[in-house]
Design a protein. Structure first.
Lengths: 129, 192
């Protein structure tokens, strides 16, 4: 899945990746790859601005540490972030259930129409004339 | 990133460092280094690992554009541009109805020039594609608007002696803009 297909859901996905505990940017990407069996393939660099945006919104909080001589910024969910993730999850379940129902219902209707057309071809109705 | 690591990665980080503040570059350096090391661990030679890491990270332009979009100075500038007509409208209504003009004519001309300069700086911060330019013009615009509002409030109170009706409303919205400018300037400064 590419970044543009994820548009509108990136924030929720990033919040979910931080649900297990504090992570730095690369660890967030790794967590997303593992949780989606590698199907989520984002350019690694693009998640850093998204993490900043979430931090500015107060949904995550960043702290600096030093690892191997390099400064590293780790992020954790704030209470507001936990609430936002819960809300996004509920909204996604509703959305997903609605779209799945609509798509599967459309499939059932199409199948029924195809079956009716096949029956008409096999047994043409008597000509009233 | 240590000197021993490939020139491609150092060059890539230099492009980012030319535009972005130090703390952001440090965070990106850590991420890119981790990406590079993961490829090295998988057995790629240094140059191939560097190429793969840079490719996985995305283009420098893409990353710069992402940070420009979340720049606090840019967001503050957009809020100031939205608030500008409200503050301006309140002051025009207050000054026209009360017929109180703060200060002598040369001072009012200076205030007008400062206003035009502030609007220009704020537009640059709101629409600019360069991170640092947006930060510096945003801070300058905030300082200018705060000074302008303070001058209007003090000048009007000195001339009129008291504020009533529309003038009180204009002073209230100007005070709110001063507070917004102060918060925005601090947030922008933290990102330089």
């Amino acid at each position: 899945m590419r970044a543009e297909e994820l548009k509108g859901h990136l924030d929720a996905v990033l919040l979910a990746a931080l649900e297990g505990g504090p992570r730095h940017g690369y660890a967030v990407i790794e967590a997303l790859r593992q949780s989606t069996d590698g199907r989520l393939d984002l350019p690694t660099g693009t998640i850093y601005p998204a993490l900043r945006r979430l931090e500015q919104a107060g949904l995550i909080a960043g702290t600096w540490s030093v690892v191997g001589g390099r400064r590293r910024r780790e992020y954790r969910l704030t209470p507001a972030g936990i609430r936002a993730l819960s809300g996004r999850r509920a909204a996604w379940r509703d959305f997903s259930a609605t779209v799945t129902a609509a798509l599967e219902s459309a499939t059932r209707v199409n199948t029924a129409l195809e079956n009716a057309a096949l029956e008409d071809t096999a047994c043409p109705s008597p000509n009233p004339a | 990133m240590p000197e021993s690591e490939p020139r491609l990665i150092r060059g890539y980080l230099q492009v980012l460092a030319a535009q972005l503040p130090g703390p952001i570059v440090e965070e990106l350096t850590d991420g890119l280094t981790e990406t590079y090391r993961s490829y090295r661990t998988r057995g790629l030679p240094a140059d191939a690992a560097a190429e793969a890491a840079v490719e996985e990270f995305g283009s420098a332009q893409e990353i710069l554009a992402g940070f420009v979009r979340v720049n606090p100075a840019r967001q503050a500038a957009r809020r100031l541009l939205g608030l500008g007509p409200v503050v301006g409208g309140c002051w025009v209504a207050a000054l026209v109805t009360s017929r109180v003009w703060p200060g002598p004519e040369p001072a009012r001309v200076v205030l007008g020039l400062v206003l035009v300069a502030c609007i220009g700086l704020t537009f640059v911060a709101a629409l600019g594609r360069r991170y640092r330019v947006a930060v510096y013009s945003g801070i300058a615009g905030c300082a200018g608007f705060a000074a302008l509002d303070a001058s209007l409030i003090v000048g009007t109170l000195l001339v009129a002696g008291r504020a009533s009706g529309l003038t009180a409303l204009a002073i209230a919205v100007s005070s709110a803009r001063i507070a917004l400018c102060a918060r925005a300037a601090v947030a922008a400064q933290q990102n330089t």
